[in-house]
Structure formats: C-alpha cells, structure tokens
Design a protein. Structure first.
Length: 93
C-alpha cells in the first residue's frame, strides 16, 4: 500500500531509502545500455569495407616509400595504425 502524502519533513531513514532507490535505478540504466553498432549480431570481423582517405601528395609518396622499404602494403600499414587509434579513442569514451 503506498504511503500517504504528508507535509511533515522526511526522516533521515526515508532519505536514505530514497537515495538507494535512485542509485538502484541508475544501476539498472547502465545494465540496459544499448548495443553498440560494432556489437550488433550481423557485424562480421571478416568483412572488409573500403574507406577513402585523402592525403597530401608528399605523404602519399612517403607512405609508398615506407611500403616499398618495409615490404608491407600501404593498406596494411594504414589499417594497423587506424585500428589501433580507433580502439584507443573508443576506450576513452
């Protein structure tokens, strides 16, 4: 049965009950956080999607030079760097 409304001040125990109720409500909110886009069931790790990147010409030439000297493709070099950066940024959010 719900309590009756009253004009008397709230006792400390009632305040504590109210605080615990609010904390519990916030805890439940975090449990039901929406699924992140990359955690959706239809997203697959083996599917590669093309993303265009515009770079100044000197940097394209530098990237090509690094790729030739290291014998690692330009795509692989950029992918490794970008994936690491994305994971770091997601960790900060």
């Amino acid at each position: 049965m719900p309590k009756k409304l009253s004009l008397r001040p709230v006792h400390k125990t009632e305040e504590q009950e109210l605080e615990s109720f609010i904390k519990a409500a916030h805890a439940n909110d975090s449990e039901h956080e929406p699924v992140k886009p990359w955690d959706q069931p239809h997203v697959r790790d083996d599917v590669m999607v093309m993303v265009s990147l515009r770079l100044p010409e000197p940097y394209v030439l530098k990237l090509r030079y690094i790729s030739e000297k290291s014998r690692v493709s330009q795509q692989a070099l950029l992918r490794d760097l970008v994936l690491e950066w994305i994971d770091q940024e997601i960790g900060k959010l």
